[in-house]
Design a protein around this ligand. Sequence first.
Ligand code: UDP
Length: 255
Amino acid sequence: MHKIKILDYLVSDFGSMDADFRTTIEGTVQNDSNIHIITLNMEHLNLAEKMPEFKKILTDAEFLIPDGESICLFARILAKQKIKKIAGIDLAEKLIDNYSRIAFLGAEKAVSDSLRNLLTIKYGSKSLNSEAGVFDLNSSKELLFEHGFYEKNQEESVIKRIVNFNPELLLVALGSPVQELLITKYRPLFKNTVMIGVGGSFDIFAGKLSRAPKLFIKLKLEWFFRILQEPKRLRRFVSNSKNFLLLLLKSFLHK
Ligand code: UDP
């Protein structure tokens, strides 16, 4: 894995989905510290231009993974380097496979419940203490689920339950920038935890939304499929694309 500088950010290029993410990620862990992975897209770059707090979150994250053709384009034009897109949802799936004690925070309660059922079937059958949301799947995986539609005043108790669970991996599906702000706020409470914001991935895992068909992915049109599936995203996409192109142009002229 090597890092490529794009604007003020160091983006990690793992080269392919076959990379040994866990070994590389853990190679950077200092004593008891935790790790924030951000699956970077053009919306994040735009947000960072307007919000210094978010820019700091991007520069402080241990890993920025290029989750968008826009980031690959930036690398090609500004850094003259080819970088391989890693879809956030693929990375999330791989990490879930690789870790044993995992907390899932976010999405609607029904989505969170179906995800719990699906993963119980996928990884084992025995479930213990289901009231508390903790599953011990034949001792191979322990999973904790907290849905993402709690009141603001319940946030601390939700986080406390996750901290007590002491996850090796915490996936936060609350959308950007909420998930990155939440990880940054609470990361000092965790020890040796890999933390990653995964946007709408739980909706896809649970089958509420579909992943783009392979042809769309191959043609680099995954974003187009998302808009077809959720047309309300169009306005956000147009505004982000416009700001992104302006940022690209500005950065190119100042190079
Ligand atoms: N969500 C949540 N709590 C909220 C608002 C949103 O858990 O208060 C979840 C929502 O159900 C969805 C995810 O956050 O699963 C946001 O997904 P989206 O695709 O919008 O994220 P982004 O495009 O920002 O990555």
